[in-house]
Design a binder for this molecule. Structure first.
Ligand SMILES: Cc1cc2nc3c(=O)[nH]c(=O)nc-3n(C[C@H](O)[C@H](O)[C@H](O)COP(=O)(O)OP(=O)(O)OC[C@H]3O[C@@H](n4cnc5c(N)ncnc54)[C@H](O)[C@@H]3O)c2cc1C
Length: 398
């Protein structure tokens, strides 16, 4: 038993076993799945199995078709999937969106949408980033205006992952512009709204961005030209989206940390097997050389620390702790996990020498995926800003 398993209940540890069992039939086809990922083909049968073993219902109460087993459980499942070489990219956004709907949606919306999510019939993506706003969400310009039973949506988004695979996107927009707020003497944190937008809506144009990622989904630029969204698809109160959104980002950060943690374990497993077997001088395995062993040992030590932080953040979310405190914990866990996974991939590549760059060993393609987590879904700079301001009480520079 590793030190971090003390942090998990028997039930939560069993999730790891059931994910491993579910994956048994896919493990011999790992190369096929890796190829599908590179070609951005959606692994529908794997998704159906996520639904079958209840992973899509972890953050959803039973009355809406979920199992309410919580974020710690889902975190463990994510870790195990990635450790075994499978990527749960769209499940991350679908789960965080589901959690947001559970906390903020109307009864009618929850009853309509959540059972579809938990059964695997509805996939979701998340759309906040805009070209002129970037990290500064309050600066977004996409506007939704109420017109009878619908909102009319105009604007654009960029870098939106998985639009081609998702049925709906949880979109962050303005229902009051910054200029209107200024005129009324109100802060720019007001006037943001969340709504579910059908990804096949007339008036929505999608352009695939030529990004290099390894998560099996594309990044899209989206243009909204008078897209009609049923008013019933509003998530939370009109204009009250800021709080709903920031609270929903905590599960996103924790699950991103879980992907990093799984990828770290995947790299360690591969590196250790290789280091025990590869011999180039006399009959000494390269793992006996401290220059190979110590970086791996260091990754192992940091990994235990990352897992403790990550499980604690997930447990705090499950316990309904103050979102600001969960924010600190989940940001810190994601910060450490993202830094660690780049070190882990690098150490595994170094251990494999030239083979670290061959497609067969499947390491070099992990590099881009690992590096991404320093930038998205939240950059390490913005986490440092968050901790400086909220935990150290230092003034903002921006
Ligand atoms: C592969 C990929 C997938 C993505 N998927 C999605 C998605 O599904 N949905 C979605 O909405 N978005 C998505 N994004 C967008 C992602 O969240 C943003 O790229 C990220 O938040 C940074 O925004 P930006 O690119 O505009 O950078 P900018 O805001 O231009 O920032 C550039 C750099 O400056 C730093 N910086 C900015 N302001 C400050 C400050 N005040 N203090 C210190 N440093 C600062 C940033 O940390 C960053 O390093 C994705 C991005 C990528 C690359």
């Amino acid at each position: 038993m590793t030190t971090t398993e003390f942090a998990l209940s028997d039930e939560q540890q069993l999730v790891r076993t059931s994910v491993r069992q579910m994956l048994q039939k896919y493990v011999p086809r790992r190369d096929e799945f890796r190829r599908m990922q590179l070609e951005r083909q959606f692994p529908q049968e794997l998704w159906d199995d996520f639904a079958r073993i209840g992973l899509l219902g972890c953050l959803v109460p039973e009355q809406y078709g979920g199992n309410d087993s919580g974020l710690v459980t889902l975190t463990v499942a994510f870790e195990e999937l990635v450790t075994q070489g499978f990527f749960p990219g769209l499940m991350l956004v679908t789960s965080m969106d589901a959690a947001c709907i559970v906390k903020n949606g109307s009864e009618e919306l929850k009853a309509r949408v959540l059972p579809q999510i938990t059964s695997g019939k509805m996939k979701l993506c998340f759309a906040v980033t805009e070209p002129n706003a970037g990290t500064n969400t309050f600066r977004i310009e996409t506007v939704a205006r109420r017109d009878g039973d619908v909102y009319r949506l105009n604007g654009q988004k960029v870098f939106i992952t998985g639009v081609e695979q998702a049925d709906y996107m949880l979109l962050v927009c303005r229902t009051t512009t910054v200029e209107e707020l200024q005129r009324e003497g109100k802060p720019k944190s007001q006037g943001l709204s969340l709504m579910l937008v059908d990804t096949k809506s007339p008036g929505l144009t999608k352009t695939l961005l030529p990004t290099l990622t390894s998560d099996g989904a594309g990044q899209w630029q989206l243009f909204f030209d008078d897209v009609q969204v049923p008013a019933d698809n509003l998530v939370g109160a009109e204009g009250g989206g800021a709080l709903a959104m920031f609270n929903s980002l905590n599960p996103e950060r924790i699950l991103a940390a879980a992907i990093c943690s799984g990828m770290t374990q995947h790299c360690l497993d591969k590196a250790v097997v290789y280091a025990r077997e590869r011999r180039v001088f006399k009959d000494t395995p390269i793992g006996a050389y401290q220059s190979i062993a110590h970086p791996l040992a260091e990754v192992k030590i940091w990994h235990e620390a990352v897992k403790l932080m990550m499980y604690r953040a997930a447990a705090s979310f499950d316990a309904g702790m103050d979102p600001l405190q969960v924010g600190t914990q989940s940001n810190m866990a994601k910060f450490l996990a993202a830094d660690l996974v780049t070190k882990a991939v690098d150490a595994a590549i170094e251990t494999h020498g030239g083979n670290g760059f061959s497609e067969e060993y499947g390491l070099i393609n992990l590099w881009i995926g690992a590096r991404l987590f320093k930038t998205a879904p939240v950059s390490r700079e913005m986490i440092l800003n968050y901790v400086s301001e909220w935990d150290l009480g230092l003034p903002r520079s921006y």
